[in-house]
Design a binder for this molecule. Structure first.
Ligand SMILES: NC(=O)c1ccc[n+]([C@@H]2O[C@H](COP(=O)([O-])OP(=O)(O)OC[C@H]3O[C@@H](n4cnc5c(N)ncnc54)[C@H](O)[C@@H]3O)[C@@H](O)[C@H]2O)c1
Length: 253
C-alpha cells in the first residue's frame, strides 16, 4: 500500500489514463480529490471509488481556469488537511499543423494542456509545503520532444510541460517538492479515437499503424502508464526530480 492515507489531487480522471490511475491510487490506500469537466463520467468514477471505501471529493470544472485549481486545492485542505501528490493529467489533442490551426484552438490547447499544469502546480505547492513536502507528476507525451505530425499545438503544449517540470524541480527541490513527468507513446486511446470520431474500422487501422511504427509491435496500455505515474508519485522514486520517463515501446529510440 504505497499510498496509505496519502492525499492525491488528480486532473483529467473521468476517462482513459486518468481514471485507471485514480483507481490505482485508491487501491493502494490514497484519498483523492478528482477534477474533470466531464460531470457524468466523473460522477461514475466517484461512485465506484466510494463503493470500494475510498474517501474522495470531486470538483467539476475546466482545468484551464484559475478558480477551478484554487477550488480543488481548497477542497483538499478542507476535507483532508493536506496534499501529498498532484497528478496533472487532463489534456486535449486537436489535429492541425500551424497553418491549419485557428488561434482559438491554439490558445485553448495551450490553456488546457499547459496553463492548467502551471495553475494546479502553483496552487498545490504551498499546501504541500505546509505538510512537509509533496510530489507532482505530469502526463506529457513523446510529442514533448519529438514533433508530432499535424499536432502542432499539442506538441508545443507537451514540450512546455517538460520545462515546467524542470523549473518546479529546480525552484522547489530544497523545499521538499519533487516534479517528474511521464511521456507515453501510442495508447489505446479515447483521445485519438474521439478526435477523429473513429469507427471500429478506423480504430483497428490505428492499432495496425501503431503496430508498424512501434518496435514492440503494439500500443501501450493505460495500466502500464499508470504504474509509471505511481512509481513517480511514490517514495520509490525519491531521488528523481525534474525527470521524464518515456514509455513508447522503443518508438523514439
Ligand atoms: N492517448 C494517447 O495516445 C496519449 C499519448 C500520450 C500522452 N497522452 C496524454 O495522456 C493524458 C490522458 O489522455 P487519455 O488518452 O486518457 O485521453 P482522455 O480524453 O480519455 O482523457 C483526458 C481527460 O481530461 C479531461 N479533460 C480534457 N479537457 C479538460 C478540461 N478543460 N477541464 C477538465 N478536464 C478536461 C477529459 O474529460 C478526460 O477525462 C493526456 O494528457 C494526454 O495528452 C495520451
Amino acid at each position: 500500500m504505497r499510498f496509505q492515507d496519502k492525499i492525491v489531487l488528480a486532473t483529467g480522471v473521468a476517462t482513459g489514463l486518468g481514471r485507471i490511475t485514480a483507481e490505482l491510487f485508491a487501491r493502494e490506500g490514497a484519498k483523492l480529490v478528482v477534477v474533470d469537466y466531464n460531470e457524468a463520467a466523473l460522477g461514475a468514477l466517484v461512485e465506484s471509488l466510494r463503493e470500494k471505501g475510498t474517501a474522495v471529493a470531486a470538483v467539476v470544472g475546466d482545468v484551464s481556469l484559475p478558480e477551478v485549481a484554487e477550488q480543488a486545492v481548497a477542497r483538499a485542505e478542507a476535507k483532508f488537511g493536506r496534499l501529498d501528490i498532484l497528478l496533472n493529467n487532463a489534456g486535449i489533442n486537436p489535429v492541425g499543423n500551424i497553418v491549419d490551426t485557428p488561434v482559438d484552438v491554439w490558445d485553448r490547447t495551450i490553456a488546457v494542456n499547459l496553463r492548467s499544469a502551471f495553475l494546479f502546480s502553483s496552487k498545490s505547492i504551498p499546501l504541500m509545503e505546509r505538510g512537509g513536502g509533496g510530489t507532482i507528476v505530469t502526463t506529457a507525451s513523446i510529442a514533448s520532444f519529438k514533433a508530432s505530425t499535424a499536432e502542432a499545438a499539442y506538441s508545443v503544449s507537451k514540450a512546455g510541460l517538460l520545462q515546467l517540470t524542470k523549473v518546479i524541480a529546480k525552484d522547489f527541490a530544497a523545499r521538499g517538492i519533487r516534479a517528474n513527468a511521464v511521456c507515453p507513446g501510442f495508447l489505446p486511446t479515447y483521445m485519438a479515437d474521439r478526435k477523429q470520431g473513429a469507427s471500429e474500422e478506423q480504430q483497428a487501422m490505428r492499432r495496425k499503424r501503431a503496430a508498424e511504427l512501434v518496435p514492440m509491435g503494439r500500443e501501450g496500455t493505460y495500466e502500464e502508464i499508470a504504474d509509471i505515474i505511481a512509481f513517480l508519485a511514490s517514495e520509490q522514486s525519491s531521488y528523481m526530480n525534474g525527470a521524464a520517463i518515456t514509455a513508447d515501446g522503443a518508438q523514439t529510440v
